[in-house]
Write a protein that binds this ligand. Structure first.
Ligand SMILES: Nc1ncnc2c1ncn2[C@@H]1O[C@H](COP(=O)(O)OP(=O)(O)O)[C@@H](O)[C@H]1O
Ligand SMILES: [Mg+2]
Length: 211
C-alpha cells in the first residue's frame, strides 16, 4: 500500500476512539488483553472524532497497521460474539481477506485497498468474482448479502474479494454463484440453466463475460 499516508493523512489514536456508537468496557478490555492499543484515524467514513475505512450494521473497520484492518464489533450489534463470523471468514479464504487474529469483539484481517464491485467490470474481474463465489459454494458457505449492497465485494487491480461474513451461514444450497450472476446480468433464465445443472460453470462464465 501507499506508505505516504502514514506521514500525511493518518494519525494513530487510542483504540477506545473506535468503539461505536457507545463506549463499552467489555470490548476495550478484550482489545487491551490482546495488546491492541491504537489504530489509524484514516478512511472515507467519519465517526464523530475519527475516520474509518468502513462502517456497517455490525462492525467498524479501522486501519490497524500497514496492510491490516481491525473490524471491531459495534456496541449495538445484534450479534454478541464475532467468533462464528471469523471462523466462516477463515473457511472462505482465499475468497475472503486473510484473518490474522480474532476474539469475541474483533477480527484482524488483511486490508483490501479496493472499491466496491459494479455491473460494468472488465471480463477478468467478472470471471474472478464468479470463481470467488464458486469457492464459497464449494465450502457450503451461504453469503446472505453477497450482492446487496455491492460493497460486500471489493475489487482491486488484481482481483476481487468477498467481505463480511457476519450474516453468512452454512448451507447445502449456498447459491452464491447464482446470486452474483443474477446481480451482474439480471438474467434469471441463465441462472436457472446453471442451477439445474444444464450449464457448466465454465460456460456460464463465458456467457457472462461476453454479455
Ligand atoms: N478487509 C477489508 N479491507 C478494506 N475494507 C473493508 C474490509 N472489510 C470491510 N471493509 C469495508 O468496511 C465495510 C464494513 O465492513 P463489513 O464487514 O461489511 O461490516 P458489517 O458487518 O457491519 O456490514 C465494508 O462494506 C467495506 O467497505
Ligand atoms: Mg457489510
Amino acid at each position: 500500500m501507499d506508505e505516504s499516508i502514514f506521514e500525511k493523512e493518518a494519525n494513530l489514536v487510542k483504540i477506545e476512539s473506535f468503539i461505536y456508537p457507545k463506549r463499552q468496557e467489555k470490548i476495550i478490555e478484550e482489545l487491551r488483553k490482546f495488546g491492541i492499543k491504537e489504530a489509524y484515524s484514516f478512511g472515507p467514513v467519519n465517526l464523530s472524532n475519527v475516520n474509518v475505512i468502513g462502517k456497517g450494521k455490525s462492525g467498524i473497520v479501522v486501519l490497524l497497521d500497514r496492510g491490516k484492518v481491525i473490524k471491531i464489533r459495534r456496541s449495538d450489534s445484534p450479534k454478541l460474539d464475532m467468533t462464528d463470523e471469523a471462523m466462516r471468514q477463515i473457511e472462505a479464504y482465499p475468497s475472503s481477506p486473510k484473518v490474522h487474529l480474532y476474539g469475541n469483539n474483533f477480527i484482524i484481517m488483511d486490508y483490501i485497498p479496493g472499491r466496491p464491485l459494479t455491473r460494468m467490470e472488465k471480463p477478468e474481474i467478472k470471471r474472478d468474482v464468479i470463481r470467488r463465489a464458486f469457492w464459497l459454494d464449494y465450502k457450503r458457505i451461504r453469503h446472505k448479502e453477497i450482492t446487496r449492497p455491492w460493497k460486500n465485494i471489493l475489487v482491486t487491480e488484481a482481483r476481487s474479494y468477498i467481505v463480511d461474513y457476519e450474516s453468512s451461514t452454512y448451507s447445502y444450497k449456498p447459491n452464491n454463484v447464482a446470486r452474483v450472476v443474477f446481480a451482474l446480468t439480471r438474467n434469471a433464465q441463465l441462472v436457472s440453466l446453471y442451477t439445474s445443472a444444464k450449464l457448466s460453470l465454465g460456460s456460464l462464465v463465458d456467457i457472462v463475460i461476453n454479455s
